[in-house]
Design a protein around this ligand. Structure first.
Ligand SMILES: Nc1ncnc2c1ncn2[C@@H]1O[C@H](COP(=O)(O)OP(=O)(O)O)[C@@H](O)[C@H]1O
Ligand SMILES: [Mg+2]
Length: 425
């Protein structure tokens, strides 16, 4: 064995010994939520540390990728694929070059993505610069497994950490307008297009169709959650979820009439809280009703989408809903509007412009009536983008998925120079 080999072996043994001593630091750490993490490692040391994180039980819900390479490899990869919730990058750049080195990555990075840099310079000025520019943490090598775990926990688990998940509520201006169909297709789109862990919660307990639409026969997910708030935490929630596709889980409705479903105004708040802690995106399929609890759900969701078909009753209801929601969400964006089932043969319709003019909102999407496409998808328990990926309607669902998660607006605003590009606080 050469001296160099011996030294390397010795360093890694030392690292292990130190880590073993520090494992206690992790004892009280809560599991990480359903986030996606991509680590770019320049050294074998960091690669090994990341592999050891991957095997930790607190990482079981995390989708972790480890790639060798640094900032350039990351920028290159994310120029064609969406960025995950967290990027960990190792770099040997110093304070003179690191910000410039990060610029190409910043240009392709979604503002919601967090970045941890693992560097080699113990330089407080550099640290401050990076934090000021929206980098979540700068760690100096040698880092050990508890350091990385701790940094991830600070961002995603700590009580003071900013909330992880965003919720998007879909509701119809009337029954049967396709609000659930749109919610399900968007939940699938968001999970699939951005590889983001998404939970679809079907709040229509007696009649929900998410179970049928995804060809699943799950237990009474949402009912158990809402009727047992005292038991509800991330672990209990896990047991109530049904996996629909790689990144999409369903909190299904019982769709049974064996009991009445009357809820207090705040009944769904514990579920919404735990959902927000568990996954980056929650899609809420809210039934067409105006009760205390639906109003509370709509007032606490991050985004509201009203779905309507172009007739008079829908116009009146949409106007009333927009007015009411503006009052209960005075500091939020106006709800989005989607016009659905447009161009149904023989049905007299209000034109899109006449529908939208009195509402003073532009629809984010107009979905044509297409009985064959929607009927086929519903009957086969598949989504539109699976049944006919090349159809204009599949493209429309992709656009809606971008808009409701803020991915389109963000692209437009990426013009503000390096600071603007990096800043995400
Ligand atoms: N654009 C469309 N063209 C044709 N049928 C549609 C369209 N959108 C939805 N549907 C159908 O309308 C019916 C009602 O949809 P659903 O999503 O259950 O409505 P809601 O949740 O508003 O009550 C379903 O059979 C669905 O397949
Ligand atoms: Mg519905």
């Amino acid at each position: 064995m050469s001296t160099v080999d011996y030294e390397i072996k010795n360093t890694s043994e030392l690292r292990h010994a130190e880590e073993a001593m520090r494992m206690g630091e992790l004892e009280n750490m809560r599991p990480l939520p359903r986030i996606s993490v991509h680590a770019f490692c320049e050294s074998e040391g960091l690669q090994r540390v990341m592999e050891r994180c991957a095997n930790d039980r607190r990482m079981s819900k995390v989708s972790l990728r480890i790639t060798s390479g640094g900032t350039a490899a990351a920028a290159n990869m994310f120029s064609s694929t969406p960025t995950p919730n967290l990027i960990i990058i190792e770099t040997r750049a110093n304070s003179a070059s690191l910000l410039a080195e990060l610029a190409p990555l910043a240009a392709v990075c979604d503002p919601s993505t967090k970045v941890i840099i693992v560097g080699y310079y113990n330089d407080i000025g550099l640290y401050r610069d990076l934090i000021r520019n929206g980098i979540s943490e700068y760690m100096v090598q040698p880092v050990a497994m508890p350091d990385i775990m701790g940094a991830m926990a600070t961002i995603f688990v700590d009580p003071e950490a900013e909330p992880l998940g965003r919720s998007i509520a879909f509701i119809g201006a009337k029954g049967g307008v396709g609000a659930s169909t749109i919610a399900h297709n968007c939940a699938f789109g968001i999970s699939n297009l951005f590889s983001t862990e998404t939970i679809l919660a079907d709040l229509d307990l007696p009649y929900g169709t998410a179970n049928i639409d995804f060809d699943q026969d799950p237990a009474q997910g949402i009912a158990e959650a809402v009727f047992a708030p005292e038991r509800l935490d991330e672990v209990f929630l896990d047991r109530l979820l049904t996996k629909c596709s790689e990144h999409l889980s369903l909190l299904a409705a019982p769709s049974l009439l064996d009991r009445a479903y009357d809820f207090e105004g705040q009944a769904f708040q514990p579920v919404m809280d735990v959902l927000q802690r568990s996954a980056p995106v929650t899609v809420l399929d809210v039934p067409h009703a105006w009760s205390d609890w639906t109003r509370t759900v709509l007032s606490s969701a991050d985004e509201v989408v009203i779905c309507a078909v172009p007739d008079l009753a829908n116009l009146r209801n949409t106007k009333n809903m927009l007015d009411a929601l503006r009052k209960i969400r005075p500091n939020d964006k106006v709800p989005h509007l989607i016009l659905n089932q447009v161009g149904m043969p023989k049905r007299p319709e209000i034109s899109v412009s006449d529908f939208c003019e009195p509402l003073e909102v532009e629809p984010i999407a107009i979905i044509p009536f297409d009985i064959a496409l929607f009927g086929n998808a519903a009957n086969s328990g598949r989504m539109i983008s699976e049944v006919d990926p090349k159809s204009p309607t599949a493209e429309t669902f992709s656009q809606i998925s971008h808009i409701v998660t803020g991915r389109v607006a963000i692209k437009k605003s990426r013009k503000g120079g390096l600071l603007g590009l990096l800043k995400r606080k």
